[in-house]
Design a protein around this ligand. Structure first.
Ligand SMILES: NC(=O)c1ccc[n+]([C@@H]2O[C@H](COP(=O)([O-])OP(=O)(O)OC[C@H]3O[C@@H](n4cnc5c(N)ncnc54)[C@H](O)[C@@H]3O)[C@@H](O)[C@H]2O)c1
Length: 351
């Protein structure tokens, strides 16, 4: 049996708990949150959903949870600004770590996590669940097999509406030190997918702006990426779309085809063209666009049990963050930034 401790019992924790109940070999043994109510709700959900009446310990201080020697795996689903601190402590206590996106808010923290994971021989798994969505896996496979030919241009668009109520309901949202910025919070899945599909980023230029002054962080961002394979990329993102969310859009344009994905949550192929294999269009339309959380946990648990490689390593979790950090740095210095970066923390955006 794999024994799990959950730190942070808010909105996304519920998704983790519901998914965990689908794995018989996993059991929740402890939770931690500053709010007793949130811990109670999370455990009730787990017990009702999983039809399990096991006893689960509650800890207000996450360090006490980490001291529990029974726990094999810690899920870090607290506010973003605490991910790195908690992941590092968990590794030192000899736990495997599943950490929500973003992995960290600084490059130094990412390096520390990578190092500690090696030192203590414990796995760190970053929750970029969309990479596991069958539809997006299929797009990746088609690109890898060369059905689109050379990649020319990729575009990530985020058009959301985040009201003042959204920023007021939790103090951490919209702050550079606890949230990390719009691209780090709302944009990271999309940017991660763009890079995963297009390839490594060589340089990035961008500008950000804060149009509605109800937060510290940006609500508009425009970025240009140059990929190592000579392709170009564009990021356009905002959380000021009126009157409500339009959604997320990802487009790939290549020598022998093009694919555009949209829908409310990147769940719909809006266009697909394969010059040399037109039958693939229909195949792509048939692929499921659900169950990525289950598939993500399946990958992690397999890696844990058989010590096999897994997709969402810290190195992979770093890729989108480095591009976003580069875009933030480009804004500060008003010039294109070459990757890899040597140093960056979102806190520096306060200056
Ligand atoms: N993968 C995804 O698609 C996805 C979706 C939503 C959120 N997230 C990420 O999950 C994280 C949490 O987001 P959320 O929407 O659940 O936020 P939330 O505000 O609903 O929950 C955060 C929880 O952390 C708790 N917390 C704060 N400080 C703590 C501490 N010191 N110890 C223990 N608990 C503490 C809060 O009390 C709260 O219950 C964020 O980093 C966010 O980026 C990921």
């Amino acid at each position: 049996m794999i024994r799990v401790g959950l730190i942070g019992c808010g909105f996304i924790a519920k998704k983790h708990l519901k998914t965990l109940t689908r794995f018989d070999e996993v059991t929740l043994v402890a939770v931690s949150d500053l709010s007793h109510k949130n811990m109670r709700e999370a455990v009730d959900l787990y017990q009702i959903e999983g039809k399990r009446q096991l006893s689960v310990s509650f800890f207000k201080n996450y360090q006490d949870l980490l001291k529990n020697k029974e726990i094999d795996v810690v899920i870090v689903s607290v506010i973003s600004g605490l991910h790195a601190e908690i992941a590092k402590h968990a590794l030192k206590y000899g736990k495997h770590v599943i950490v929500e996106k973003p992995l960290a808010l600084s490059l130094a923290d990412i390096e520390d996590i990578e190092q500690l994971s090696k030192t203590f021989s414990k796995k760190v798994f970053v929750c970029h669940q969309l990479r596991y969505r069958p539809l997006l896996q299929k797009v990746k496979e088609l690109i890898q097999k060369g059905y689109l030919g050379d990649l020319y241009f990729g575009m990530a668009s985020l058009r959301l509406n985040r009201t003042s109520a959204y920023f007021n309901e939790t103090a951490w949202k919209g702050t550079w030190d606890k949230d990390g910025g719009m691209l780090v919070n709302q944009g990271i899945h999309l940017i991660d997918l763009l890079i995963w599909l297009m390839g490594d980023v060589q340089s990035v230029y961008g500008e950000i702006a804060t149009k509605i002054k109800n937060k510290e962080t940006e609500d508009v961002a425009a970025g240009i990426l140059s990929f190592e394979n000579d392709a170009k990329g564009l990021i356009e993102a905002n959380t000021i779309t009126k009157p409500k969310n339009l959604g997320y859009f990802l487009s790939i344009f290549a020598k022998e085809g093009s694919i555009c994905i949209g829908g409310k949550g990147l769940n719909k192929i809006e266009h697909a063209y394969f010059e040399n294999a037109p039958e693939l269009k229909e195949e792509l339309f048939q692929v499921s666009n659900a169950d990525e959380h289950y598939l993500m946990y399946q990958d992690f648990l397999k890696a844990l049990k058989s010590n096999t490689p897994y997709l969402m390593t810290p190195q992979e979790g770093k890729r989108a963050l480095e591009a976003i950090f580069g875009l933030y740095q480009a804004t500060k210095h008003q010039q294109p930034i070459q990757l890899p970066l040597t140093d960056f923390t979102t806190k520096s955006m306060r200056d």
